[in-house]
Each structure stands twice: as C-alpha cells, then as structure tokens.
Write a protein that binds this ligand. Sequence first.
Ligand code: COA
Length: 385
Amino acid sequence: MSDFLPGLEGVAATQSAISYIDGEKGLLSYRGYPIETLAKYSSFEETTLLLLNGELPTISELNDFTNQLRSHYRIKYHIREMMHHFPATGDPMDMLQTAVSSLGMFYPGTECLTDPDSSEEAKYVHDMTVNIIAQMAPLVAMWEHMRAGYDPLKPREDLSVAENLLYMFSGKEPDPLMAKIMDVCLILHAEHTLNASTFAALVSGSTLATPYSVISGAIGCLSGPLHGGANQRVTGMLAEIGTPDKVAAWVDDKLAKKEVIWGMGHREYKVKDPRAKILNGLVKELVESRGGELDQLFDTAIKLEEVCEDRLAHKGVYPNVDFYSGILYAEMGIPNDQFTAIFAVARSAGWLAHWRQQINNNRIYRPTQIYTGQKDRIYVAKADR
Ligand code: COA
C-alpha cells in the first residue's frame, strides 16, 4: 500500500517535457526557454506553438498558425444564441465552461484518438487545438457585451489574440502598450507544469474524452479561489484595504485570524514567483508611461508586498502571478469577475499541450486510495433501524 500525501505534494503523476519550475531559485521555463526571455521577445501565438510542438516555429509556421487562429475567432451562431439565454448574473467561468463544452457538440469524433501515429489523429488534434485556442478569448469578450444586453462585437482577423481580446472588450482600437501587456500576461499564464487544472486535463484526457470535455473540465477546476480564482480577489482585497497606510494593520488582522492574503504564496515557489517579477516590471512601465502617476491600487499593492515580505517571507510566502495580473487587467478596464476567464484563455495553450502529450503516450489514470470506512456490515431492514 502506498502512503497518502494530502494534495499529492511531491508525487510525480506524469512525465513531461513542456515546462520546468525551480521553486527554490524562482525559475520557470517553457520547453527550456526562460520565461523572462519569452516575455521579452515572444508573442502568445509563438509561445503557444512552442508549448504545443516543443520548438520555436519558423516564420512561415508562425504565420500559418496565426492565420489559422484568426480565421477561427468567429463563434458559431448557435453558441451565440445559447449565450443570449444565459443569466446576466452568471459567472464568466461558468459561461466559458458551458460554452466550451457546448462547442464540442459541433465537433464530434474522438474515434481516431487511439492511434497517435495516424494522420487522421494528427489532423483532428491540430484542428481542435486551433479551434479551442482561437475561440476562448472571443467567448470571454463577447460575454461582456451580452450580459449587459448588447450584441457582441465581431472579432477582427487583422488582430492578434491579445489585441482582439482588448478590441472585443472595449470596441476601441487597442492601445499598443496595453496590447503588449495583455500579450505578456497571456504568455505568463499559458503554462505552469502540473497544477490542479492541468492535472484535471490529464485525467480527463487519459479517458480519451473529447478536447472540449478536457478543456471545460480544466476551466471548472481553474475557477476555484485557491487556483485561478485568486486574481479577482486581489483587486477586491486592495479596495477593501483602501490606502497604503492601512496595509500593515489589515495584514496583521488577517494573519491573526489565520486568513490568507490573496495573490501570496505558491506550492512550488519558495521565493517570489518569476511571473510576479515580470508583471511588477510591467506595472512600473505603465506607471512611467503615465508620467509617474501612481494609481492608489498600485500604491497599496506595493505596500502590501512590502508588509507581506516582512510577515511571511520566513514561510516562503511571496507574491504569485495573481498578485499583479488583476491590477493590470483592472487598468485595461476589464471587470474583476473576468480576470480568471482571461487566465483560462491563456492556459488553454498549456492544457492542450499536456493533453497532446498525454494521448501520445496514454494510460488511463486510476490512482488508489486508503480505505478508512467500515467493512462487512449487516444490512438492517428499514423497519428495524
Ligand atoms: N496568506 C497567508 N499565509 C499563507 C498564504 C497566504 N496567501 N499562503 C501560505 N500561507 C502560510 C500558510 O498559512 C502556512 O502557514 P503555517 O505553516 O503556519 O500553517 C504556510 O504559509 C504554508 O502554506 P500552505 O497552505 O501549506 O501552502 P500550500 O502549498 O498548501 O498552498 C496556496 C498554496 C497557493 C493554496 C496558498 O499559498 C494560498 O492559499 N494562497 C492564496 C491564494 C492564491 O493566491 N492562489 C493563487 C496561486 S497561483
């Protein structure tokens, strides 16, 4: 019998060549390329191809893939009609999970998934990968208009995934700095080894379920506040704190009550999350572009990081990726409850890379358990209980 390790901490559940974390040194790489390099030089489209295929694409491979994504931005009429009937108060992650699983009804056929070497499987896997990655961002942005009672904007095929996302949210030509920041946010959130939602994707994928089931399951898993849901709590927390002078007392009160500080701590990192460092740099770039004017949200966040370092560093708790991403999305005019859905847009690349790796060398997941219940009980008739 094996030992039970709560949270499966330290348990290797797969072999993967997709990404690597050194939590002691604060390093993250995708396919061997440091995240800092990709954030500086790559794009979400290029990083997605790197994650999926293991190599940086040539110019023509990247152009082909980009064009394929753009030509699949448009969401089917029936899905749009269905979304019109969703309650306006519905959570964007529930909308996204429902829409993605509904999309699967239009693309049946996983029969080919039993032969990784067949051209039929390769085509199905490629087409579905493009379809899902292309449609995630338009779905999220469309919902913003639909829940307000308006028709959604049509996606624009002349724009990148990040630009089109911003365009479909605001209806305005995307600001170049904001589009660059969104693109970096998508790169940083695209993949992160075997986190809870990626593990959920592997488990579903191992049953040879459709990629739409795999991704909708992963979206549901990501929605929890201990995973992707943390970013939207960060801005709420900063608003609750108010001004920087109130931070120290607020943190001490939370810690005394044994409550968590959102956007802090990570199972893998014992130092500051490298993605939080990059986002912190983007926050500074944004502030500089505004002539040094610091929004109160940033001001409070910087003070919160300082106070948390003082109170929590000895436990290896530092800002994670969610700490700054929410602040940046808020600056882009994206509503708080959409932050996690944007995380899902990015992570669809990593989920699909892992799904492809799983089905290429598949064995169904079937872990064991340690039974703690009773045995050999005698059934008592209802009248005698
Ligand atoms: N605020 C305050 N204390 C925290 C903390 C936080 N955000 N994160 C961890 N700690 C403390 C724990 O209370 C624990 O203290 P103890 O040893 O005195 O009991 C210690 O640090 C170790 O934390 P633990 O809960 O064992 O870490 P974990 O690996 O199980 O959990 C998270 C990791 C991410 C779930 C956890 O850090 C958390 O809840 N963070 C806030 C939510 C968040 O931002 N999630 C997004 C992750 S990208």
